[in-house]
Design a protein around this ligand. Structure first.
Ligand SMILES: [Zn+2]
Length: 603
């Protein structure tokens, strides 16, 4: 599973019904603005810490009481933040220094959902949002509604999609999961209307425009940037798509068209967003790397603490200080035997200073080993910006936080494993295609999906897509970007976007697309700094103090400057650039050309 969560303070910026401040008679001064922001920084630090403490206990000791305490602490934090966001509008015309202006702007765009000031509408929106979230959380498909034991939740569905190769079964389960969402459709339409109303009150045309305004550039320009990045990687995606389609056709026959879209239920994942699970069906010949990290970890009986210590050593080899003693005392690294916990891996900075922790149910597997490197990336980022004012204690944009851990995980190469004594010898480059294919099935396959979720939502929020066309426009985009289609028509009686958590959960998604692009750009730039001269996919920045310094220079800026400034610190440019992805996958790209020679490409 893609580890995607981090500290509460940065992930829970929602808004709710709140009081409107009456504008006072005298115009506010810069000194008033400073006092206001000082107060915001002090108060949010305190409330975010309380919310993190409650969240930690709620996720590592699940009971009705800890959930209630967590909900209460969150609500307090969210309400306060929402009140501040509306108060910030008061200083719109005050002449203030750049730092203060940035703080005021960040406050206004920190909201994911702005509620209308009409108390009745505000309450209605808050309760619809909670209902949508809960409807997804409780979502189950029951093959026989009379038999509760036949009901499957998303974890069980995910497992079937992962392992089953039975086309009929996969289709049944796929269609089954998509029965959880039609009931959300009406609520979602109302949710869109009300949240737009709230966004307008904050001065944005609609909620989608409010989300896009977080990126230090005009909303339209940002949309064009995303198109430009996608155009850079699209040719490689088309080749991967053509090759995978060909192999799936060999396996499943005519249900997979020779030159049309790939059926949405055959890619090993309910949303077709990660194709790693079909690797056995598409594995290149003679590409076994000759070692099995999972087996090595098991044979050597590495404990979870050993595995995390190994990850920590990667960061200290770059010049970062070791993790504090409290990290080892307070983290949850093993699944407890005596209680329920949330196992989904996450990194925490409970006091927003140095109470760093990870929460994970570690098993000795290759995948977990990478995830540890990923989660620690969040922790080292958090500690690097700890001295900034609270409003700046976050990543340069929301794509950066996820990208850092993944950047380090890209450095977990065979050569790195040799250096740390896990394997004796790195496989020669003839074996690379297998490793690159696995990585492409995860990272390249994800890109169009990472892009289209918000393409759909932005159109919905702006009114370009009306409720009568929700499902049609969803599948139009999935076809356009992913080249994926349902086997049977999906009319407007369904609401298929609702079967993906982030839609009913109202979590913006573009950050994951950005993270996928940025991590390769970071990896290439840092590898150059580290003096790596081999192929990019074999570069590891392990033990490079120079790369570590560059990385830390960027991390310690937090959110204090526009993200292009932060990007410059590592990449020497203010522009995001997906060409590093093409460099990284060059050998695979050449290999794919041979495989699909004379075969149809595109759909
Ligand atoms: Zn993460």
């Amino acid at each position: 599973m893609r580890p995607r969560t981090f500290g509460l303070a940065v992930s829970l910026f929602l808004a709710c019904a709140c009081t409107r401040t009456t504008s006072s008679d005298t115009a506010p001064t810069a000194a008033d603005a400073k006092k206001f922001i000082d107060d915001v920084n002090a108060t949010t630090l305190k409330l975010a810490t309380e919310a993190s403490q409650a969240g930690w206990v709620a996720e590592t000791y699940i009971t009705g009481d800890t959930s209630a305490l967590n909900a209460r602490a969150n609500q307090r934090f969210i309400d306060t933040l929402a009140r501040y966001a509306k108060d910030a509008v008061r200083f719109d015309h005050t002449d203030v220094p750049p730092d203060l202006r940035r703080s005021l702007n960040l406050l206004k765009v920190a909201l994911v959902m702005a509620t209308p000031s009409d108390p009745r509408e505000g309450e209605e929106l808050t309760s619809i949002a909670a209902n949508l979230d809960a409807a997804y959380g409780k979502g189950k498909w029951c093959e026989d509604p009379k038999k509760p034991e036949s009901c499957l939740d998303i974890n069980q569905i995910t497992e079937i999609m992962r392992v089953s190769r039975d086309e009929k079964k996969l289709r049944q389960v796929w269609e089954g999961w998509h029965t959880i969402s039609p009931s959300m459709r009406k609520d979602y339409a109302r949710f869109v209307d009300l949240s737009n109303k709230g966004a307008k009150e904050l001065g944005f045309p609609d909620t989608g425009a409010m989300w896009r305004s977080k990126y230090d550039m005009p909303a339209d320009e940002f949309t064009k940037e995303l198109d430009r990045l996608w155009d850079q990687v699209r040719p490689l995606y088309l080749k991967l798509h053509a090759y995978v389609r060909m192999k799936l056709r060999e396996k499943y026959g005519d249900v997979v068209p020779a030159n049309g879209p790939i059926p949405a239920h055959l890619l090993g994942n309910i949303w077709a967003q990660d194709w790693t699970n079909v690797y056995p069906l598409v594995a290149p010949k003679n590409s076994d790397p000759g070692y099995d990290l999972t087996a090595i970890l098991k044979n050597r009986k590495l404990t979870p603490v050993d595995m995390v210590k190994t990850g920590e050593r990667f960061y200290t080899s770059l010049g970062f200080s070791p993790l504090p003693q409290t990290f080892w005392e307070r983290s949850m690294l093993v699944k407890p035997r005596d209680r329920d916990v949330v196992c989904h891996a996450s990194a925490w900075d409970v006091d927003n200073v140095e109470d760093l922790r990870i929460k994970m149910c570690i098993e000795p597997t290759d995948e977990n080993f990478r995830t540890i490197h990923h989660e620690l990336g969040h922790n080292f980022y958090q500690r690097s910006y700890k001295d900034l004012p609270m409003l700046f204690r976050d990543s340069a944009n929301d794509g950066f936080h996820e990208a850092i851990g993944d950047t380090i995980a890209l450095s977990v190469t065979p050569e790195y494993l040799v250096k740390i004594g896990m394997i004796e010898k790195a496989p020669d480059s003839s074996r690379d295609i297998g490793l690159l294919m696995q990585r492409a099935l995860e990272k390249i396959a994800f890109l169009p999906f990472g892009l289209l979720i918000d393409q759909w939502r932005w159109k919905v929020f702006s009114g370009e897509v009306k409720p009568d066309d929700y499902n049609k426009s969803w599948w139009d985009l999935r076809l356009k970007y992913q080249g994926v289609a349902p086997v049977a028509a999906r009319s407007e009686e369904f609401f298929d976007p609702g079967a993906k958590y982030h839609v009913p959960g109202n979590v913006p998604y573009t950050r994951y697309f950005l993270a996928d692009i940025l991590q390769f750009q970071f990896h290439r730039a840092l590898s150059q700094t580290a003096g790596c001269t081999s192929m990019l996919h074999r570069c590891s920045i392990y033990q490079s103090a120079d790369a570590g310094k560059k990385l830390n220079d960027m991390l310690s800026m937090g959110l204090s400057q526009p993200w292009p400034e932060a990007l410059t610190k590592i990449a020497g440019t203010k522009q995001m650039d997906a060409s590093a992805i093409l460099d990284y996958f060059k050998p695979l790209d050449t290999w794919l050309d041979e495989q699909i020679k004379g075969k149809p490409v595109g759909w």
